[in-house]
Ligand binder design. Sequence first.
Ligand code: LLP
Length: 427
Amino acid sequence: MDNRINSNSKNHLIIGGVDATELVKQYQTPLYVMDESAIRHKCQMLIKRFKHPQVNTEVIYAAKAFLTLQMAKLINEEGLSMDVVSGGELYTAIKGEFPPSRIYFHGNNKSHEEIEMAIQNHVGTIVCDNGDEVTRLLKHSWDGRLRIMLRINPGIEAHTHEYIKTTTHDSKFGLSIYDPKTMDLIKTIHDNPRLDFVGFHTHIGSQIFESESFMELARTVLSYIQALKIKHGILTKEMNLGGGFGVRYTQEDTPFSLADFFPKLLNLIVEESKRLNVDIPKVLIEPGRSIVAEAGYTLYTISGTKETFGGKRFVFIDGSMADHIRTALYQATYEAVIANDLKRPLSQDYTVTGKACESGDIIIKNIKLPKPLEGDILAVLSTGAYHYSMSSNYNRLLKPAVIFVSGGKSRVVVQRESYDDLLRHDV
Ligand code: LLP
């Protein structure tokens, strides 16, 4: 049973109580559809389960996965905080009336303009990436003390089903905990009366299916907190364990249950803190993908098929890698259904491709589909994260509209682009 696929008596795909074919009639294709209630349920589950009687906790939404004004509003209503990584994300959050005190400003290369924008808007926390950035930050002025976290690289890299503990630290993000200069910088930040050093930020990867990676991360950061206490007498108040929780793109993906995992993680943090004789820090997490990915669908219209001389079968859709880059960029895998006929029997393997002038313009490689007919609606599943946010105008293709659906109702949250939009900045 796939909870992403619901149908009505006509065997049409239903998203948020709305018939996908009706959405297509109303808004055309290609179309990004987000099940708003599914996003809200995810947020509520995170808030509810990421709790512990002895631990102060906070859930931050990593906005890079999907951000619009309405999404900023939704995240605020659900009581999560927000991670932004650029002036553009910050601007969207502010214009979406997201409370600045709950914004974490990330990024490994913040410009003076972005720093000033964060200060002017009273952003709650700046997550510093390196010493140069701290120096750059201190050239700005503000009243009182600025809350600072430092991004550290704990030497754990997690990919899908495994994590690697490395001692080679060549990530462009954060400072290695194995580099003695990192602790010197923490002392400098801590001793500066204009800065309020609250703790550490970490993020070990994305689409992680192995919960032990996060356990190992928590142990590693806590022992660093202990080392900092012993060396400099500095007490760490907060630790952000980042995002990266895996989601289901295809049946092969087996995400672990966050609801079951969080109590174990928080228990481990309590026990480890006691064992290491450090104060139990406030614990933050920062998921993006796991909040929105499975709530998203991209609807396309099938225009036809083509069988090559070599025997490869293509299905052509009216979108492209410009609205779906993850397959080309990461060889990501997806599933799709014929939204106007969920009962049509599977026939053979097809590669779903779009309109872009690139052989790499692949949406799904080799997927078994029912025989596709012209005018069918193809719904690609789990496209809620990093699709709209990574879309482009390659080939001067127009970006699709984004629709929120919930309780049988739909609304536009981002309008479809027009040709005039394309020319807006041309001179
Ligand atoms: N926090 C930090 C500091 C991050 O860098 C990221 C993702 C997250 C949180 C959220 O990670 P999530 O829970 O979404 O996995 N474009 C790629 C993903 C890049 C993620 C970068 N950082 C993709 O489409 O898979």
